[in-house]
Write a protein that binds this ligand. Structure first.
Ligand code: IPD
Ligand code: CA
Ligand code: CA
Length: 267
């Protein structure tokens, strides 16, 4: 596409603002909650509604673009050719249901596999994390500074505590050591928000053992702009069409943390 990615970003922000209002308004009603892959994997009618809302807007405005959404869009997509939107209509659905707080809409626009636009909207805090490739990352109107280095003993790591409780993992002991050596660990329950927090320096790292492209695609665009390294546990770039482990951290810390996380099978 030869278009202006800033225009694409501004258009998507308008849609996401409207979607955010729909989500806030829905919190005063009782939600219909269903389980997906397991009892802790929740979906509500609002996840579907927001995905359909964004899909319709994209299709009407950019008919040649393709869409990969968590709930029901793009399961047949096998390549990243052309322009691809990667959407998580609600990241942090468990928070949306239980806490009514700390959930986000995450939208990335990728061209031929290269992230061009990333937007993470933390709805209840009304925080907009946005980035356009090569133009820096922003929290609302504020440009985010390039990440500075930090060592593990001073680092706050974003990590879901559940990953520490799996007795079959062969890196269980090293993960415990990593946590003990860090300054502290936080868990917000939304991968998109946690990646945005790494971008703005509230977290020094975010680690997950299993994320989908819609969880991290927007974060990838943002983190690249501030010099944060994001890879799988083997140091490879993340795929955009399949799940992956994820290690995001400032460069030196990324090297340090790589020693503690290992690829795993059958968790
Ligand atoms: C989930 C959240 C959560 C992460 C899970 C994701 P969802 O996304 O990002 O923080 O630990 O792996 O699946 O289901 O709320 O969109
Ligand atoms: Ca998600
Ligand atoms: Ca979701």
């Amino acid at each position: 596409m030869t278009g202006n990615w800033n225009d694409v970003k501004s258009t998507a922000v308008l849609w996401m603002d409207e979607a955010g209002k729909m989500l806030k308004e829905s919190l005063s009603r009782s939600l219909h909650v269903e389980q997906k892959s397991n009892p802790n994997d929740l979906v509500t009618e609002m996840d579907i509604k927001i995905e359909r809302f964004l899909k319709e807007r994209i299709e009407n405005t950019f008919p040649s673009h393709r869409i990969l959404g968590e709930e029901e869009t793009g399961a047949n997509i096998k390549t990243t050719d052309g322009v691809l939107w990667i959407i998580d209509p609600i990241d942090g659905t468990t928070n949306f249901v239980h806490q009514k707080f700390n959930f986000a809409i995450s939208v990335a626009v990728v061209e031929n596999g290269v992230g061009k636009v990333g937007i993470i909207y933390n709805v209840m805090q009304d925080e907009w994390f946005t980035a356009v490739e090569g133009e820096g990352a922003f929290l609302n109107e504020r440009r985010l500074p390039a990440a500075t280095e930090v060592d593990l003993p001073e680092a706050i790591i974003g990590l879901n505590g559940r990953w520490l409780a799996r007795e079959t993992r062969r890196d269980e002991q090293s993960l415990h050591t990593m946590v003990r050596k860090s300054r502290s660990v936080r868990s917000y329950g939304s991968a998109a928000i946690e990646l945005a927090y790494v971008a703005c320096g509230r977290l020094d790292s975010y680690i997950s053992f299993h994320l989908s492209p819609w969880d991290y695609a927007a974060g990838l665009v943002m983190l690249k702009e501030v010099g944060i390294i994001v890879t799988d546990f083997k140091g490879k770039p993340l795929p955009l069409l399949t799940w992956s482990p994820l290690l995001a951290a400032r460069p030196h810390l990324h090297d340090q943390l790589s020693l503690y996380v290992h690829d795993h099978r059958g968790f």
